[in-house]
Design a protein around this ligand. Structure first.
Ligand code: BTN
Length: 319
C-alpha cells in the first residue's frame, strides 16, 4: 500500500521537509496518490504537517502506528509477523474472531481507535484515537480450556516487562487481567477462546490488550492512569507494541512449563494477603488472597481457614 511506503519514508526522515514531488519520484507513484496517502496517515494519528508550497514533515515525536516502525523493534518468529493497522475499528478482538481466524497463528491487529472496545463481563473499554494501544493477536495453542487463563497471565507479565523496559515504569497486577500503577488501571487484557470438537481443548484464542499511553478520558481519572501521566513518556506506541509481542512470544513458547512465569506473575500481584470479595457469575465469596495455583486460579482463604480455588471472575479489595 502506498501509505505504508510513505510513512516508512517519512519515519526514516523524521523532522525533515520532504516535497510531494520527491515522495512521488522515490515511491514511483503519482502526486495524487501521495496526497491521498498523507490524508489517510493523518487520520491514523501520524503527526504530519503539510507545509503549503514546500512539502510534508513528520514530527520527531509523532506517535502514529506504523508497521515498519514496529518491525524495526520486533524479534519474534511468528507473533506480529503479519500485522494489520486500522485507523478506526469496532474492536480488534471482534475483528479477529469474526474473520481473522483463517490467518496463521500470530496474526496481529492494531487500531488507533476502537468504536466498541470490549472489556471483560460485557463492559466497554474506552478507546479514543491516538490515546492508547489497542491490540489483539491470534493464537492456536493446544491446551485444555482450564489453562486458558495462562494466556492472560503471559500477557500481563509481557506488558509489565515491556512497560518497565521501554518506559521505565514498574507496574503491579490485579488478578486476573489488570495492570496497575499506584492504585490506578494502566492496562486491561481480554483473552477469548473457541473450543474445538475435541473435548475441552482450545481451538484458537484471541488475546486483546488495551493500554492507556497518552491522555486518560476525564471520566476515568479517578480509576485509570496512562504512561504519559505517570512519567510524561510519549511517542512510544510502536516500540512498546513490538516489545510486548517479543516478550509474549517468549513466554508462550514455555507454555508447557509455566511455573517461573506464574511465580513472576504472583510476585507482581498487589492483592496477596488482602481481604477481597471475589465474584463469578451469581456467586460471591469473601476471603484473604493466599496466592494462585498452577493454572493461575486464585486461592482464597475464608474465615474458617479453608482455601477455595477461583478460576474466573474478578475481585474487589475490602480493606
Ligand atoms: C478489561 O479491562 O476488562 C479488558 C480490556 C481489554 C481491552 C482490549 S483493547 C484491544 C482489544 N479489543 C477489545 O475490544 N478489547 C481488547
Amino acid at each position: 500500500m502506498v501509505k505504508d511506503e510513505v510513512i516508512k519514508y517519512l519515519e526514516n526522515h523524521r523532522g525533515q521537509i520532504i516535497t510531494g514531488g520527491k515522495l512521488a519520484r522515490e515511491l514511483k507513484v503519482s502526486r495524487t496518490a501521495i496526497w491521498k496517502a498523507i490524508h489517510a496517515l493523518k487520520d491514523e494519528g501520524h503527526d504530519i504537517e503539510s507545509l503549503p508550497g514546500s512539502g510534508y514533515v513528520l514530527d520527531p515525536d509523532s506517535d502514529g502506528l506504523s508497521i515498519a516502525e514496529i518491525k524495526k523493534h520486533l524479534n519474534t518468529d511468528f507473533l506480529g509477523r503479519e500485522i494489520e493497522v486500522h485507523g478506526s475499528i469496532d474492536s480488534t478482538n471482534s475483528y479477529i474472531k469474526e474473520g481473522g481466524i483463517k490467518h496463521a497463528e500470530g496474526f496481529t491487529v492494531l487500531a488507533d481507535r476502537q468504536t466498541a472496545g470490549r472489556g471483560r463481563f460485557g463492559r466497554s473499554f474506552t478507546s479514543p484515537a491516538h490515546e492508547g494501544i489497542y491490540m489483539s493477536f491470534l493464537l492456536k495453542p493446544s491446551i485444555p480450556i482450564d489453562k486458558i487463563t495462562l494466556l492472560t497471565v503471559f500477557a500481563a507479565v509481557a506488558v509489565s516487562r515491556a512497560v518497565e523496559n521501554v518506559c521505565g515504569i514498574t507496574t503491579e497486577l490485579k488478578w486476573v487481567n489488570d495492570v496497575f500503577f499506584n492504585g490506578k488501571k494502566l492496562c486491561g487484557i481480554l483473552s477469548e477462546a473457541m473450543l474445538s470438537a475435541e473435548v475441552n481443548m482450545v481451538d484458537y484464542a484471541v488475546v486483546g490488550i488495551g493500554i492507556n499511553t497518552n491522555k486518560v478520558d476525564k471520566t476515568l481519572h479517578d480509576i485509570a492512569t496512562s504512561i504519559y501521566e505517570i512519567n510524561q513518556t510519549k511517542g512510544i506506541r510502536n516500540e512498546l507494541i513490538a516489545e510486548i509481542l517479543n516478550r509474549f512470544e517468549n513466554l508462550y513458547l514455555n507454555i508447557a512449563e509455566p511455573s517461573d512465569i506464574l511465580e513472576e506473575y504472583s510476585s507482581r500481584l498487589f492483592v496477596i494477603d488482602k481481604l477481597v470479595e471475589a465474584k463469578w457469575g451469581e456467586e460471591t465469596l469473601t476471603g484473604t488472597v493466599k496466592g494462585i495455583d498452577d493454572t493461575a486460579a486464585l486461592l482464597l482463604q475464608g474465615d474458617d481457614g479453608e482455601i477455595s480455588r477461583i478460576n474466573s471472575g474478578e475481585i474487589k479489595i475490602k480493606e
